[in-house]
Ligand binder design. Structure first.
Ligand code: GTP
Ligand code: MG
Length: 414
């Protein structure tokens, strides 16, 4: 909390560094926009940037010495408080660059993202997950380092457990990581218990996944008539939020969760695995992207992360922010085009959700003799959901099953 207050009163000036590899200068604009938005989200302001197209890298400092001098001059003139490197650095490169730039706080993109996560985590689980990711990050930075990296002052890159590492050693961090993992496992177990209870009532789950700021929370609100925080900031949502909605005959639990971003730090995905399970366990995934942005890139990233999470549920590609787009010829034919903010195209989306459910699931009612109940319980793990009602001489089971498992219940269907 101290740190957050600190950040409100201290508006940092950020300078961005872009190494450009393989001559990909065309990527600079997109990279700048994304980092600038991350910086804004973290509560700082971009006051300048430097880039260099690198044919070969100087191992110690990445950039060439002439370029470095030039950038240092600008950094001094602009009174910069934090330098952000758009990429990954080895601990020694980070140290060398930081030393060169007069010891001004020097962080990389991962630290910046972790920082935003620390600001946005609200629930106990969210906070633990962020703390785990931060400790893993710090540990990876300490590998091979003789001394602890020190980052002084408040603001970006120092929120959360960052500062404690000053006085800590690797052993403390490892112990803390083990402890955090243990706490998270406990929470995940509890959540599983709640969701398995939920499974027994007839519901299907739909997860909203996709690039950060694509409009997932806005869509959740539009579909459920609720009022979840949605704002023009990256990673506004960290903790999964669920809403019950009715989609025609289907009872649906709609889950909104953390957004994705390119080059997402691996330890962040690992730390958020239990939260992201709500995506991989869902019966259907809506991959939401911003149709006005570089949606190919967004979808590439989202699909990559979904693969990493072993999410193999059906996916509907949802193109959001379409209110001003009239020509859809360059978009995939199987996409659904909506504007969550202006509540346009939602009927088409609901149709698409129902169609997918009907394609993959069957609802049916079994009327069983008491003698058949054991047989039923043997196959219950193949069901998406079920609901048992005991009558005087019969047991009625309403169930939902994936079509591929229909043969499992064939004996019980009369
Ligand atoms: N123009 C336009 N803006 C939209 C639309 N839907 C959402 N937005 C805006 O996009 C911004 C991000 O929306 P969110 O719903 O917070 O996005 P998100 O995907 O939940 O983002 P994170 O939780 O940060 O990953 C907000 O400023 C929304 O008002 C839309 O259909 N059209
Ligand atoms: Mg959101």
């Amino acid at each position: 909390m101290d740190n957050i207050e600190n950040f409100n009163t201290f508006y940092e000036k950020a300078y961005l560094l872009f190494p450009i590899f393989n001559g990909k200068i065309s990527e600079l604009e997109g990279r700048y926009d994304e980092i600038a938005q991350l910086v804004k989200t973290a509560g700082a302001e971009v006051v300048g940037y430097g880039f260099q197209v690198l044919r070969e890298i100087s191992p110690a400092t990445i950039f060439g010495s002439g370029k470095l001098e030039e950038m240092r001059e600008e950094i001094r003139q602009k009174d910069v408080n934090v330098i952000i490197f758009d990429g990954d650095l080895s601990p020694s490169q980070a140290q060398n660059l930081s030393d060169f730039f007069d010891g001004i706080k020097f962080i990389d993109r991962t630290a910046l993202i972790l920082d935003i996560f620390a600001l946005n985590a609200k629930t106990k689980e969210g906070k633990l997950q962020v703390e785990l990711a931060q400790h893993e990050y710090i540990l990876s930075r300490l590998k091979g380092q003789g001394k602890a990296l020190s980052r002084l002052g408040g603001g970006i890159g120092t929120r959360g457990p960052g500062e404690t590492k000053l006085e800590t050693d690797r052993r403390y961090i490892r112990n803390r990581i083990t402890n955090l993992k243990g706490q998270l496992e406990e929470l995940a177990k509890k959540r599983k218990l709640i969701s398995s209870r939920r499974d027994r009532t007839n519901t299907l789950t739909v997860a909203l996944a996709g690039y950060t700021n694509a409009g997932k929370s806005t869509l959740l609100n539009a579909l459920s008539g609720s009022d979840v925080l949605a704002e023009d900031k990256l990673f506004a949502t960290l903790d999964p939020t669920a809403r019950k909605i009715k989609v025609k005959n289907f009872n649906v639990i709609l889950i909104d969760t953390v957004g994705f971003i390119k080059d997402i730090p691996t330890n962040l995905i690992n730390a958020f695995k239990s939260t992201l399970e709500s995506v991989s366990d869902a019966d259907l995934i809506l991959n939401v992207c911003d149709a006005r942005g570089d949606w190919q890139k967004q979808n590439e990233v989202t699909e990559g992360i979904l693969r990493e999470l072993n999410a193999n549920s059906p996916i509907i590609k949802v193109f959001n922010k379409c209110e001003d787009i009239s020509d859809f010829t360059n978009y995939p034919a199987d996409g659904v085009f909506i504007s969550a903010k202006h509540k346009k195209g939602l009927d088409n989306l609901i149709e698409a959700i129902c169609k997918s459910f009907e394609e993959h699931f069957v609802y049916c009612t079994l009327s069983l003799d008491f003698s058949e109940i054991n047989e039923f319980y043997k196959i219950k793990n193949f069901l998406e959901s079920y609901d048992v009602t005991y009558g005087d001489d019969k047991v009625t089971v309403n169930l939902c099953i994936k079509k591929i498992y229909l043969s499992k219940i064939s004996k019980l269907v009369k």
